[in-house]
Design a protein around this ligand. Structure first.
Ligand SMILES: C[S@@+](CC[C@H](N)C(=O)[O-])C[C@H]1O[C@@H](n2cnc3c(N)ncnc32)[C@H](O)[C@@H]1O
Length: 618
């Protein structure tokens, strides 16, 4: 089928790339399926998830993934004693007011997309298919197969250069031939696999699916598919849309692709890469696409395991001259495949901290905006959020608590092996062990009197009661011994505590002192305050520091409203209800400002809490 950006000729290239990089997996997501040629090619090898926001593409995907070669049309044949294609081609179709293609896209409507006879036949056949299906003579897969065959054939008789924004003023020979519907080619393989087909915006769907291989074939020119193939959309949808202009185009509706705009496309890619829950990401693109290849590669590096991104072009050579894509100085058009392994790990801070967000990271991330220039973790705590965020410019960690701030600073700025060495030396020196009180108290005493450094406090917290870092009013660490201690898991967490964004800035400010408005547009502020209606360790005993009160909470709402009025995005974690208590002021403020409250589900093993986020991100 004639289709802009069709990958029919590049199927071997895609397969070779998969083989070259030893990519294995069970599932394959074709997020921009178009004609579903890629899905059809791989449907015997993987469970396919196919998607495209155009409905005609959904029809093509359904036909190719739910059928194995041409279907048998048993019910139809039994009833009609005829071949369904011959039958559809031999009927006499009489136009009436339903005949939308005939009325609008043939000379009757002053447009020369199809000859009158062909337009009548296209309309007649599409209504006949609907009627056969409504009367139960077709199974669902047969129905989509026939619809797909019709769409496929229409492209062979249209009087256009291939798209449907304009028609030729004179008849092309292809358009003058008598329209016949023929079976669409669908590959034949054992249908042992399970395939799923969607008809959604790619950036919406990416938040709902997961798997092994993600294949991205986005538009890379300014041409909107919804406009270019608008007549195919009408045929597939079987509707009578309002149409406009010389070309009689239907409205693009919600199918305007941001991938076609130079300014927006990069944010869409950033969002796709961030949200993708797939081990391997393969993307077809061109050296002349709306986003320069170098910029895409740089973006991909932020999300790739070890920052490694591969790029191959059709001649099957490593793509060398990265800079040239910016200039496009007469360079030949090259189709490339960008490949990287997505880094899917959630980094867990070695600091055990009440309210840690590591387990909720992905649930919260789903609500991130498409572009994050700077991420500010205003109440950073153990830094479980900020450490995981890939921002294009920088991540800022802030916490009011100087002890926590010092530990995080030390963990980030000291060589990891050095940290474990020092931790192990300290444990050995004091003879620390799970629930061994005397050595613990000796270290605690040392910390409170002489060696007040982040290493000692960090080691203390590993052995302290429920890992509390709590101080008395004289700033003496006073948590008693607990039952936990140093472990392999902690050792791993220390060595993997490396921020996803290379550029991290730390500060030790009260949230009321942060200079919010100095941050660039595109900054996302994240707040994880103590919860007013639950009792966290930092809330009782106050750690010798300022506690969290209704006034603190109110001030925070004011900051969030202020950020909103300055067009910044924010996310605040909180709880709405807990053990019969409700945070009424939170709900009222969020409703009054039209902020979204999103339920995150239960968290906390000891005292389960119903976590929510409040955000101004649409
Ligand atoms: C280059 S074509 C894909 C071609 C396909 N691989 C094939 O071989 O036919 C890009 C496709 O992306 C779809 N598309 C563009 N923006 C989209 C979006 N935001 N969400 C879903 N689909 C989108 C278009 O409708 C178009 O079919």
């Amino acid at each position: 089928m004639r289709y802009l950006g069709s990958k029919v000729k590049l199927l071997d290239f895609i397969q070779q790339t998969i083989t070259k990089y030893g990519i294995v997996g069970d599932s394959f997501c074709d997020l921009f399926a178009g004609t579903a040629s890629v899905s059809d090619f791989f449907k015997g090898q993987y469970d396919i998830i196919a998607n495209d926001f155009m409905y005609y593409s959904y029809v093509l995907s359904k036909a190719k993934l739910q059928n194995n070669g041409e279907p048998k049309f048993e019910r139809f044949t039994r009833e009609y004693k005829a071949d369904v294609f011959e039958w559809l081609n031999s009927q006499t179709y009489i136009p009436d007011e339903k005949y939308f293609i005939y009325e609008n896209y043939s000379p009757i409507g002053n447009r020369l997309f199809f000859t009158e006879d062909n337009a009548i036949k296209i309309d007649g056949i599409r209504f006949a298919i609907e009627e056969l299906y409504a009367n139960n003579f077709l199974s669902e897969s047969e129905y989509f197969y026939l619809k797909a065959s019709l769409i496929d054939c229409v492209t062979r008789y249209s009087n256009t250069s291939g798209t449907y924004e304009a028609f030729f003023k004179f008849w092309e020979s292809r358009a003058l031939k008598e329209f016949t519907i023929e079976p669409i080619e669908v590959s034949n393989c054992q249908l042992l696999r399970h395939h799923t087909i969607f008809n959604k915006n790619s950036n919406e769907l990416i938040r709902e699916v997961r798997g092994d291989i993600l294949y991205l074939d986005p538009p890379y020119t300014v041409t909107q598919y919804a406009s270019a193939y608008n007549i195919l959309e009408t045929i597939a949808r079987n509707d009578k849309p309002a149409i406009k202009g010389v070309g009689g185009k239907r409205d693009k509706g919600s199918c305007v692709s941001n991938y076609c705009y130079a300014k927006k496309a990069k944010d869409e890619f950033e969002d796709l890469f961030r949200q993708a829950q797939f081990k391997h990401i393969l993307m077809s693109y061109s050296n002349q696409g709306v986003v320069p290849l170098d910029e895409l590669i740089e973006l991909a590096r932020l999300f790739a395991k070890d920052g490694t991104v591969h790029i191959d072009n059709l001649e099957y050579q490593e793509y060398q001259n990265h800079r040239s894509s910016n200039k496009r100085n007469g360079e030949r058009l090259k189709e490339v495949i960008i490949y990287f392994e997505k880094d899917l790990n959630v980094i867990k801070s070695p600091l055990n901290y009440a309210g840690s967000k590591d387990r909720m990271y992905y649930a919260i991330q789903k609500h991130f905006p498409k572009h994050i220039d700077t991420f500010v973790d205003v109440m950073g705590g153990a830094f479980n959020m900020g450490i995981n965020v890939a921002a294009t410019r920088q991540v800022v960690y802030n916490d009011i608590n100087p002890y926590i701030y010092q530990i995080v600073n030390w963990l980030l700025s000291t060589d990891k092996e050095q940290i474990t060495q020092n931790v192990e030396n300290c444990i050995q020196h004091y003879g620390l062990g799970k629930a061994l009180e005397a050595p613990y108290l000796a270290l605690r005493n040392c910390y409170n009197t002489t060696e007040r450094n982040p290493l000692n406090l960090f080691v203390l917290h590993m052995y302290s009661f429920q890992n509390y870092i709590r101080f008395n009013s004289k700033q003496g660490f006073n948590t008693p011994i607990g039952v936990a201690g140093y472990s392999e898991d902690l050792k791993n967490r220390i060595s993997h505590f490396v921020p996803r964004t290379p550029n991290v800035i730390l500060s030790n400010l009260d949230y009321r002192e942060v200079d919010y408005l100095t941050y660039p547009q595109g900054t996302l502020f994240y707040f994880d305050p103590p919860y007013l209606i639950t009792k966290a360790a930092y809330n009782d005993g106050k750690r010798g520091l300022d506690g969290w009160s209704k006034e603190h909470e109110k001030f925070l709402y004011e900051i969030l409203s202020m950020l909103n009025s300055h067009n910044y995005h924010f996310i605040m974690s909180n709880v709405k209800e807990h053990k019969g208590r409700t945070n009424v002021q939170l709900i009222e403020w969020a409703h009054a400002n039209n902020f979204r409250i999103v339920e995150m589900g239960l968290s906390g093993w000891r005292y389960a809490k119903n976590e929510i986020i409040v955000t101004n991100i649409e």
